[in-house]
Design a protein. Structure first.
Length: 346
């Protein structure tokens, strides 16, 4: 209804992603402030378990569509189901995560129903009875407040970790929704793609200098949900430098991130980019190796609980906001740190 706020849940491998619980928590908060009700939409496998988790974050209703048609990465069935629900209930807003899935579904939903859409939202609040969004601008150096004009359901895209997860307890009413039909054009997913579809035990391709780019197991961790992240930047000197980053990450059980400079150079794929134009992360520990700490990178990791910087440039901007700084050659410090971690773990 006019003051209801929904969250679009994302189920991957039968499990909710972390951002789904963040969105559900925020939807419950905003709906309460608007005097409406909150809901989440979950499509895919194991929606009963998803509904329990979403309800514990405060949403009152979960619209659950269970079906194999949602398991493959085909956006049309998701959009078909969500569009029908929106036309029936007319919520004030839907929160979605700015992931590949969230972007695809929201963009197509906006085009189909003529809805307003805003990406990259860092915060959303109720001011004067209206939703007001805070969006980073000018490379993260400034923030802009924005609001929708006109009626209709508003689509609000939030970066992962923009909102906290609030497990307030309780259970949601589960409304079963009929699964959508498979696309009439017969489209189907023939196999994995991107980093997860790399062949030859993880070889992704060639760097400009001809060096093989590999995707080790630790580098497949979802950065948005990692509690420890080891990131590399331009200071690594080349794609070979990520081998020692991966070694430290493996020893710590961490995810692997990267600066935009490293990604633009082709040393590591884009899914590992942290920053204004990459992913927003909020780990317990963030270890930045050879990263200068430009404002664009800080926008994606500045809220980490503990930031450790390793850089040979004592004047690097990252030393102005890190919690622990090591001025030294990362090619010496990182292997030593890796060995110490291995020794401590026995």
């Amino acid at each position: 209804m006019a003051n209801d706020v929904w969250a679009l849940a994302e189920i991957a491998g039968g499990k909710l992603t972390g951002v789904s619980l963040q969105l559900a928590s925020k939807a419950a908060e905003l709906a309460g402030q608007l005097g409406g009700s909150s809901a989440a939409v979950a499509m895919g496998a194991n929606t009963a378990a998803a509904a329990a988790e979403l309800g514990a974050c405060g949403v009152k209703t979960v619209y659950a569509a269970d079906g194999a048609v949602y398991d493959e990465y085909l956006v049309q069935p998701h959009v078909d189901t969500l569009a029908a629900l929106v036309e029936q209930h007319q919520p004030a807003a839907i929160l979605f995560g700015v992931s590949n899935y969230g972007r695809d579904v929201a963009a197509r939903l906006a085009a189909r129903l003529g809805l307003g859409l805003e990406y990259n939202v860092a915060e959303v609040a109720v001011e004067g009875g209206e939703l007001v969004m805070t969006v980073p601008a000018f490379g993260g150096s400034q923030s802009v407040k924005m609001a929708f004009t006109g009626g209709g359901t508003k689509l609000v895209g939030a970066r992962p970790n923009a909102f906290p997860t609030n497990r307030v307890g309780g259970a949601a009413a589960v409304v079963s929704v009929a699964a959508a039909s498979a696309p009439a054009n017969g489209a189907k997913l023939s196999g994995p793609f991107g980093a997860e579809g790399a062949t030859e035990a993880g070889r992704l391709g060639k760097a400009p200098d001809g060096h093989d780019i590999w995707m080790p197991a630790a580098m497949r961790a979802k950065l948005e949900e990692a509690q420890i992240i080891v990131s590399g930047g331009r200071g690594l000197g080349g794609p070979q430098g990520f081998e020692q980053i991966e070694a430290l990450a493996t020893a710590l059980g961490a995810g692997v991130g990267a600066s935009r400079a490293a990604v633009d150079a082709g040393w590591i794929p884009y899914p590992h980019q942290v920053g204004q134009t990459g992913k927003t992360v909020k780990p317990t520990v963030y270890i930045a190796c050879g990263i200068s700490g430009a404002v664009q990178h800080k926008a994606g990791m500045g809220s980490s609980a503990l930031i450790i910087a390793i850089n040979k440039d004592k004047d690097a901007p990252i030393f102005g906001f890190c919690d622990l700084g090591v001025v030294g050659d990362l090619n010496v410090v990182v292997p030593q740190l890796t060995e110490k971690v291995r020794q401590r773990k026995g």
